[in-house]
Design a protein around this ligand. Structure first.
Ligand code: NAD
Length: 410
């Protein structure tokens, strides 16, 4: 087998999982992060463990801290374990990690994409491809402003439900998705890249014609803010003892399922209107969340009779808890500063909401979620969006073109 050199950008859950799985297949795997502290820690722990340990199974995920968004510490699943999986380079220097890699896989929350792109931009070659696992919304604007012309494959979600068990040492992968949508830049990027990625990631890729479809098809923007809103809409100030921290997906009730379904239908309407302006936007590829769940988790959902039951009985979601923060009095409160909000609203739902306004689609369910969570975190998402839109029509601020720092400005 020909080996590929793959550089993974990021040091989080998905990066650990991807590094371990590709190393297990015999590829040359590098880990890169511009954050020196985490690279030092990763290297030290990796060396102490003599490689990465991968636990792969289906269902619940073991040994996870509360700092992570929404995962449980319970463990009730059999996992296969692979030890001593080797990484070629672990580095905070893009010049060491990027030039030799034919595939550069970025696995970070979307709020880190700009930082990664700025750090790697001078080393990405025309022959390589950048893969974003996942892209979330609006990635094309950021890539075009920082590395115009880059070859990109952008995925709609992460292929795995995964959590770090011990940083730099051990990763748990609870479930692998069957099929994922992806779009490319340029849109006619050679199918060879997708063919290789299917083999590498062990899944089917459904190719979309447009990055815009991907922005709308992102279900994280519905699930995460939508369920947080639904669970706490009557009491955002709730507190719990450690043993009472609520389950995230298993607590979706009929009303929450209805709210999520309405959000999903609103996004489908945006896609359908957009497809009239741009034939590359594929309205039928922006799936209703029920269809998305069935396509992604076929075989691990016990009861498929209603949307509520699909959430409640999905084996990959079992034991996932609400993201919480610890209070001074030993109690826990819902963490509205976690990735489910700070990634999935500004890099997801708010972008979709902005597009809705441009194409004149009303979004009452999405607005209710944004308005309420905005009140809880004291950030008026809808008001700020309105102000920015107004300013954008009257100004050429460098910020509107992705220029925010002296380096970019000069
Ligand atoms: P994570 O929170 O574990 O990633 C953290 C890593 O991102 C850090 O270790 C660092 O390497 C990088 N990072 C963060 N801020 C940065 C910055 N400012 N500059 C440079 N790098 C920075 O994330 P994850 O769990 O690996 O998830 C990655 C993506 O996949 C996210 O978009 C997430 O929503 C999505 N996702 C994850 C899961 C899962 O099971 N973990 C499931 C579905 C989707």
């Amino acid at each position: 087998m020909n080996k590929l050199e793959v550089t993974i950008c990021g040091c989080g859950n998905g990066a650990h999982a991807c590094a371990a799985m590709l190393s297990r297949q015999g590829h040359i795997v590098n880990i890169y992060s511009p954050l020196s502290d985490e690279i030092d820690l990763f290297k030290a722990n990796y060396e102490q463990n003599d490689g990465l340990t991968l636990n792969i199974g289906l269902g619940n995920i073991a040994g996870l801290g509360y700092g992570m968004c929404g995962y449980s510490e319970e463990s009730n699943i059999e996992m296969e374990t692979y030890k001593g999986l080797k990484i070629n380079k672990i580095t905070d220097r893009a010049e060491e990690a990027i030039p030799g890699a034919s595939i550069i896989i970025v696995i970070t929350p979307a709020f880190a994409h700009r930082d990664i792109l700025n750090n790697v931009k001078n080393y990405v070659s025309k022959n390589s491809v950048m893969v974003f696992l996942p892209s979330r919304g609006g990635l094309e604007f950021e890539v075009n402003s920082i590395i115009p012309g880059a070859n990109v494959v952008a995925f709609q979600t992460l292929p795995w439900a995964c959590r770090i068990k011990a940083f730099g040492k051990e990763i748990n992968v609870s479930a692998v998705k069957n099929k994922i949508q992806a779009a490319t830049m340029p849109k006619d990027l050679s199918p060879l890249f997708l063919y290789e990625l299917e083999k590498l990631l062990g899944l089917k890729i459904e190719r979309l014609k447009s990055m815009l479809t991907l922005t709308l098809a992102n279900v994280g923007q519905i699930f995460h803010p939508g369920i947080m809103y639904g669970l706490f809409r009557n009491n955002p100030n709730a507190t719990f003892k450690e043993e009472d921290i609520p389950l995230f997906y298993q607590n979706v009730d009929e009303e929450i399922a209805r709210i999520l379904s309405n959000m999903s239908e609103e996004i489908q309407s945006i896609a359908c209107v957009l497809s009239k302006y741009d034939e590359d936007v594929e309205c039928d590829k922006v799936l209703h969340i029920k269809d998305w769940l069935m396509a992604s988790y076929e075989g691990v959902i016990e009861d498929t009779s209603t949307l509520q039951k699909i959430f409640n009985t999905n084996g990959a979601y079992k034991g996932v808890k609400v993201p919480v923060k610890k209070l001074d009095n030993e109690l826990y409160a819902p963490d509205f500063g976690c990735r489910y909000i700070v990634e999935d609203i500004p890099y997801g739902l708010l972008i979709t909401r902005s597009i809705a306004e441009m194409v004149n689609v009303k979004t009452p369910a999405i607005d209710e979620v944004l308005r309420s969570i905005g009140e809880w975190v004291n950030y008026d998402y809808l008001g700020k969006l309105k102000e920015i839109k107004e300013l954008a029509s009257k100004s050429r601020l460098p910020e509107f073109f992705g220029i925010t720092a002296t380096k970019e400005f000069i």
